[in-house]
Design a binder for this molecule. Sequence first.
Ligand code: MEV
Length: 397
Amino acid sequence: MSQRTSRLPGFYKLDRARRLEVLRAAAGLEDHDADIDRLATSGDFELFDGFIENAIGGFGLPLGIATNFLIDGRDVLVPMAVEETSVVAAASNMARRTRPTGGFVTEVVEDLMIGQVELRDVADPETAADRLRQAESVIVAAANALDPGLMAHGGGCQRIEVRPFPEAHVVVVHLLVACADAMGANAVNTMCETVAPALARLAKGTPGLRILSNLADRRRFAARCAIRFEDLALDGHDGAEVARRVVAAAKFAELDPYRATTHNKGIMNGVDPVVIATGNDWRAVEAGAHAYAARSGQYSPLSQWSVDEAEERLCGRLEIPLQVGVVGGVTRLHPLARFSLRLMQVTRAQELARIIASVGLAQNLAALRALGTEGIQKGHMRLHKTNLALARGTDPE
Ligand code: MEV
C-alpha cells in the first residue's frame, strides 16, 4: 500500500480507469475495493465528466414522483430528487387534500434577476449615484446591446437601481434583468462585466465586483391553497382543530427564528427536490430563499396560514424567490432533467417556478399538520421502516 496523498498532479487529464487507479493508491485502498469497482462500471460517467472536473462517477439520488398536484387548473406529475423518507409521500398526500378546492393557485409576483456592479473609490457617492441614475437609459441600452438572444426571447435589462454606500466610498449599481426562460447567471454576469467600465467612468471610481445577486428578491413566485376542514382530520383530531393547530404552528415560526428556520427547511424539502430534478442550481435557490426570509431583520417563515371559519377552510400562501430556468446548462444537458421538464409539460421558467412554489407549500402543510397533532416521528418512522424493509426485500412490519 502506498503513502496517502492529496497531491494528484495531472489527475484531471486521466481517463476514468486511470483516475480510479491513482485514487486507490493515493487513498491507500485495497487492490480490490468494491466501491471503486462499482465506480469503474457505473453509467453516465461521460455525462458527469463533462459537467465537473476530476469526475470519478455519479452520486445517485432517488427520483420519485409526487402525485395529485393540481396547479392553476392543470394536473402535474412532479419529479422529486431527494433522499429523505416521507417527503414524496407527504407532498402527494397534501396535494390530494387540496383538490376539492381547486388545488394550487400561483402567481408571478415579479420576474427580474439582479446583477450587481460594485464601484469603488468613489469620492462623492451621492453625486455619482445621481449621475448614474440620469444615465439609466444609456446604461440599459448598453447592457442590452450584448445579448440580442435574450432580447429576442422577451428578456433583457429593464432598469437600474443605484445604491450609494457613502462611508465606504462605494456605489453599487443593480441591473434588473428579465431572464426569460434562463436562470440567467451567464447573461447577467456578462452584462455586469461589460457595462462596469462605463459605470466606473460615470461614477469617477474603479470597477469592483461584477456578479449577479442570489438574493433574487425581484424574482418571486407565490402559491396559495385552501383545504376544507373535513380533509384535514388526523390522529383523532377533527379537521377544524387541525386547521387551528397548523395556524398556531405557523405563528410560532413568526415569533421565533429558531422555529422559522425549521419551518422553512420543511418548505425547502419540497422546493429543492424539484430544483434538483430539473438540473437547476439549488444552492442559489437556498441562498436566495433564506436571505429573503431574513429581509425584515428577523428571520421569518416564508409561508403564512390562516383559518377561514366561514368557509371552514385552512388557507395557506407561500412567497419565495426562485431563480430557476428551463434552458441552458445542466437543465438541457442532463437527460433526467430534460425528462423531468417533459413529465411536467413545462417549457417556460415561470411554469416551473409556479410548480416549485406549490410543492413547497404542500410540503410545509404536511409538516405543520403532523407536528401540530401526532408529531413528526410517528408518520415519518412508519414510512421509514416500510421503505427500509422494501429496500432490503423483507416484509414491512
Ligand atoms: C424535516 O425534514 C422537516 C420538518 O422539520 C419541517 C418542520 O418542522 O416544519 C418536519
